[in-house]
Design a protein around this ligand. Structure first.
Ligand code: SF4
Length: 211
């Protein structure tokens, strides 16, 4: 089976295996998703979702994020880890959103990655899940691991992995693709002991029983 054939089969199977795959961060608007995604670095979505209700109640606009004192923000987000740099990123991004984008989260990759603390991954999360724009594929630790195990790439660098994935899958599934792979990575193809015997992809996976 070629890499392209495997990708086609995955695009056929994964939506059936994970018909409800979705972004597991809680949010109700693009600004909340941007903030939650910054908080999710090196942290579980579950932990982020425990912190964001209080944060979203305290800050409702980009201006409020720009103006919240650093120490107060650090206190609210402390349990997500790396809270000093995350607080700095959130306040910095919010300041730019107010100053350069009239307080609205921008809708393009170029504008998003210019915001402090926002890289391609965060930008892809926001574009795909808050705006419904398939600009690229979110490549996190699960997508990296599964792309390698499933033989979709040989690259280890997320930007290069993304470049391989967008060649293999049609644009309309790019956002869903990362959700499918993340769901599979959390539920079946976990990092340490993947459940190959029970895996729905075993017959097409080049790493089956070898991961
Ligand atoms: S067969 Fe094993 S390595 Fe391959 S996707 Fe399934 S759990 Fe992961």
């Amino acid at each position: 089976m070629t890499r392209t054939e495997r990708a086609q089969e995955l695009a056929r199977r994964l939506p059936r295996i994970y018909p409800t795959a979705h972004c597991e961060l809680d949010f109700s608007n693009p600004l909340e998703l941007l903030v939650a995604t910054i908080l999710s670095a090196q942290c579980t979505d579950k932990r982020v979702n425990m912190v964001t209700p209080a944060l979203f109640a305290r800050c409702r606009t980009a201006r409020e994020y720009a103006e919240i004192p650093q120490e107060e923000l650090e206190g609210i987000i402390r349990t997500t880890g790396f809270f000093r740099s995350k607080a700095t990123s959130i306040r910095g991004a919010a300041r730019d959103i107010v100053a350069k984008h009239s307080g609205e989260v921008p809708r393009t990759m170029l504008e998003l990655i210019e915001l402090p603390g926002v890289g391609r991954k965060t930008a892809n999360v926001v574009l795909g899940n808050a705006f419904g724009i398939n600009d690229g594929v979110v490549v996190d630790t699960h997508v990296t691991r599964l792309s390698l195990r499933l033989g979709l790439t040989r690259q280890k660098n997320p930007v290069k992995i993304e470049a391989d994935l967008v060649k293999l899958f049609p644009r309309e599934v790019w956002t869903l693709l990362s959700h499918w792979l993340i769901f599979h990575g959390r539920r079946r193809c976990v990092a340490r002991k993947p459940d190959c015997p029970g895996c729905e992809l075993r017959d097409i996976c080049p790493s089956a029983d070898r991961a």
